[in-house]
Design a protein around this ligand. Structure first.
Ligand code: HEM
Length: 195
């Protein structure tokens, strides 16, 4: 995979996120924080995986990955709280759309993956005291749950395109363009990192 494919992934992440944030107008309503925090989480969590495969000194690689995933997860939790509270105050039912359902499953996976990542990071040290722990297996498990989380995240962003809010802020041409490109960063990341 060439450098231009990587640039394309960044361009799509940044372009898509910028469009969503401008459309959401952060602070204009309690809802506006949901798309704002969530697209930023999508960008950070994806970039944090792309960066991880780069040859860097061990601590830089892990430190950068940790910082990006921790910030992305924090944003995702705030984004979730924003929509949850918004629905509570308007008396609407929770998790009734595919977006909301896959979204909450993804957030659960993200949290579990974060625990798994910390476990993987210390797995060599832990295995010295608990020999039944196999660091290789723990790391493989973290990679797999990371791939599932990232797929869920991108799928949730894709499903957001079908929400009443998204359809109201965009026009048909742009909607099809966004729907076409939104999966590219995921495909690029999976192809270069996992396969
Ligand atoms: C482009 C970014 C996003 C936009 C524009 C957006 C928009 C929306 C809208 C309009 C709703 C209310 C309608 C519904 O329930 O379907 C909603 C709910 C929800 N969203 Fe998002 N969303 C985005 C990203 C995400 C992401 C990345 C996640 C999680 C990984 C997520 C998780 C949820 C959840 C869990 C609900 C349901 C909350 C509840 O029912 O209490 N969203 N979103």
């Amino acid at each position: 995979m060439s450098f231009s494919n990587e640039l394309m992934a960044y361009a799509i992440l940044i372009g898509f996120a910028t469009y969503v944030i401008i459309s959401a107008d952060p602070g204009s309503s309690p809802f506006s924080w949901h798309p704002t925090f969530m697209v930023l989480a999508w960008v950070l969590l994806t970039v944090g995986v792309i960066f991880f495969r780069k040859p860097r000194p061990g601590w830089t690689r892990i430190g950068l990955h940790w910082a990006l995933q921790a910030s992305g997860l924090t944003l995702a939790i705030f984004g979730f709280l924003a929509i949850y509270r918004n629905k509570e105050s308007s008396g609407k039912p929770h998790f009734v759309s595919w977006h909301g359902l896959i979204g909450i499953i993804t957030i659960t996976f993200l949290v579990l993956t974060a625990f798994g990542g910390n476990f993987a990071n210390f797995s060599v040290a832990i295995s010295r005291k608990v020999p039944s722990i196999q660091p290789k297996l723990v790391k493989r498990g973290h990679r797999l749950s990371g791939a599932v989380s990232l797929t869920g995240l991108t799928l949730t962003v894709f499903l957001a395109l079908f929400s009443v809010w998204f359809q109201a802020v965009t026009n048909v041409t742009l909607w099809y363009m966004l729907a076409t490109v939104v999966g590219y960063p995921l495909v690029y990341t999976l192809k270069t990192t996992f396969f």
